[in-house]
Design a protein around this ligand. Structure first.
Ligand code: DGT
Ligand code: MG
Length: 609
């Protein structure tokens, strides 16, 4: 096995099961033999320990009873017994070590590939899933829940085998000493099992509640860190601290319930085990007094019975701890069972890049999580290489409309035709390679500026190409002014970019991808008018042969478009070229009038100053 095994090497969707324990067993695929070997070595180790006590009987009988059980002299017998003790101790320790090595090797590997799979899976889930799942909750599952599954494989999976083995081996050993003693030594077993099962149910519930609360706490923390600026700007630290303390208190309470249960369970099971042991000791004493067992048998029994009771005590512990593993299994399976967004399937015939002819035919759309229609019967036609501009009040559905093109969401009604074929028939991955989006709120990774710009294309691009894209986005000079130029890190460890700089890096990133369809969602909103016209001029040169969507609030940004869509509440209320629209009564004229008036007033003020 190598470290670069593909993440989907083992498909955890195969481990989905109603029966959680069966699911956990399926997760062990590939490591079952190691677990068997771990149990076998444990059996050897346990047998060595048991033999030690049987040897103890011989020792006691030899010394106390002054008999010689083996052939030869008294001193030779003692030396043999001493060597036996040392040998057995070495076997016991050595094999116990081997066993726990194998168990933790398997547990670490199972959880490593589980973590890889989960990451892979999360990458492939739909936008809808991500927008309804809190990030903190996902983080909690991938870290804390994976860890309790690891604990299950490390401790409980091997522990069950150990308990059964120890129980059987020591039971047989005691049976060899005296069958009556053996039977008396296990009368409490059914009671302990019943009590453990009862606790199992209780602890499962309590642990579920505990994990949920912990996820809530993680979400609170994660949101707070992401929104730290808002918190400070509104001076809401105290409110946030209170919120965190409340959540943390909730976690404390649930943790306390859990601990209370366990601290009630352990003494109870200890008490039961104690009575069991006492009964054995007394009965063994009676048997010894009546001469039914030898004197040496008594200390041997005392040693053995401890290792018979130990598994009984730990059975409870394991049953209770297993419940935490099972709860986490369930929480992980909620991620595993999510439908992946198919990326490569689609019946559309594609040969080479798309041309970029786009027809919207009465397209309506409603978000998956319900609510009213966000787009209503939107229709328009845009030819390859044309520029379409979307203008409209905030919340009118502009971002939603362009997000339909890469199939981030599926339109609910009507048709979108790309080069004459239904959009839904194109594989998502193909579309996303053909379409470049500069998002409304672009996200940059905490990596170097170069890595951010080349994010869509990989590392095999020349510095010239990178610079060409950066120039077009009017960011090249800015980057050069940073201490390490294109190698400057963005974010926490490097420079903090302004909103406009971020937008321009994002524009460069998309341009480098050289998409056939370019979408600029408000991409110059944080840029001053001068820089905007600079970018627009550079883009005009680049747009040439690609279909382009521009979302903007300034008339200036949309004036030159081949088609302007004016949107309001999900509907296209006006459509046409700038010259036509300014002639019409309507929203476009209103916006135009307001903006030119503001511009004129501004110019007057500047002139008078
Ligand atoms: P903007 O960027 O402020 O100028 O506004 P638009 O035109 O880009 O608006 P858009 O498309 O982001 O939102 C249109 C409506 O859809 C608005 O009422 C909010 C709603 N909406 C946006 N994203 C989601 C979403 O993920 N789920 C749901 N249920 N509604 C959403
Ligand atoms: Mg928007």
């Amino acid at each position: 096995m190598t470290n670069n095994e593909p993440a989907n090497y083992f498909d955890f969707r195969k481990t989905l099961s109603k029966n959680k324990l069966a699911g956990m067993l399926r997760m062990m695929t590939g490591y079952r033999m190691t677990y068997l070997a771990a149990n076998a070595t444990l059996a050897i180790s346990a047998t060595a320990k048991t033999l030690t006590y049987l040897l103890l009987r011989n020792f006691a009988d030899t010394v106390v009873g002054n008999t010689v059980p083996f052939a030869g002299s008294f001193s030779r017998t003692l030396i043999l017994i001493a060597l036996g003790f040392v040998g057995l101790a070495m076997v016991e320790g050595g094999f116990a070590y081997l066993s726990s090595r194998m168990a933790s090797y398997s547990a670490e590997n199972i959880t490593r590939r589980l973590r890889n799979f989960l990451f892979d899976q999360i990458q492939r889930l739909s936008f809808a899933y991500h927008s309804k799942t809190p990030t903190g909750d996902l983080i909690e599952r991938v870290t804390s829940d994976v860890d309790s599954v690891r604990a299950f494989f490390n401790d409980q999976a091997i522990g069950v085998g150990r308990i059964i083995l120890l129980f059987i081996i020591n039971f047989i050993a005691i049976w060899i000493l005296s069958w009556k003693l053996a039977l008396v030594s296990i009368v409490a077993v059914p009671v302990i099992v019943l009590v453990s099962m009862w606790f199992f149910k209780k602890v499962t519930k309590a642990y579920e509640a505990y994990q949920e609360q912990e996820a809530k706490l993680t979400t609170t923390l994660q949101e707070n860190l992401t929104g730290v600026r808002v918190v400070k700007a509104f001076a809401r630290q105290n409110y946030e601290i209170d919120k965190f303390e409340t959540d943390n208190w909730g976690k404390f309470l649930r943790g306390r319930t859990l601990v209370k249960m366990q601290s009630f369970f352990w003494p109870l099971s200890d008490l039961l085990c104690g009575f069991q042991m006492l009964a054995g000791f007394i009965y063994a004493g009676i048997l010894a007094v009546h001469g039914e067992i030898t004197i040496g048998t008594y200390p041997a029994y005392v040693g053995l019975v401890v290792w018979l009771i130990w598994p009984m005590r730990n059975l409870g512990r394991i049953i209770v701890n297993t419940s935490t593993g099972l709860v986490s299994y369930d929480r992980l399976m909620e991620i595993v069972k999510q439908e992946r967004e198919p990326l490569t399937t689609g019946t559309a015939k594609v040969n080479g890049p798309v041309r970029g002819d786009i027809i919207f035919e009465k397209v309506s759309f409603q978000y998956e999580d319900g609510g009213s229609e966000v787009l209503k019967e939107v229709s328009f036609h845009i030819h390859p290489g044309q520029v379409v501009a979307l203008l409209g009040s905030t919340g009118s559905g502009k971002t939603t409309l362009v997000n339909l093109l890469p199939r981030f969401h599926e339109y609910t009604d009507g048709h979108i035709l790309l080069d004459g074929q239904e959009l839904k028939e194109y594989p998502r991955e193909f579309l996303r390679k053909q379409i470049g989006i500069v998002e409304q709120e672009p996200f940059l990774f905490s990596r170097s500026i170069r890595e951010n710009i080349t994010y869509g294309v990989g590392h095999n691009v020349s510095q010239e190409e990178i610079e060409k894209a950066a120039r077009a986005a009017a960011i090249h000079e800015v980057i050069l002014s940073f201490p390490e130029g294109y190698n400057t890190l963005v974010g926490e460890k490097g420079v903090t970019l302004s909103g406009g700089q971020k937008q321009r890096v994002a524009v460069a990133r998309t341009l480098l991808k050289d998409p056939r369809i370019l979408i600029l969602d408000d991409s110059t909103s944080s840029v001053d008018t001068e820089t905007e016209s600079e970018i627009r001029n550079a883009l005009n040169g680049l747009m040439g042969n690609r279909t382009t969507f521009i979302i903007a609030h300034r008339i200036q940004s949309v004036m030159k478009a081949d088609l302007i869509l004016v949107m309001d509440k999900g509907c296209v209320i006006q459509m046409g070229r700038h010259e036509e629209l300014v002639e019409q009564e309507g929203m476009y004229r209103q916006i135009y009038d307001i903006q030119t008036r503001i511009d004129e007033e501004l110019e007057e003020e500047i002139a008078s100053a």
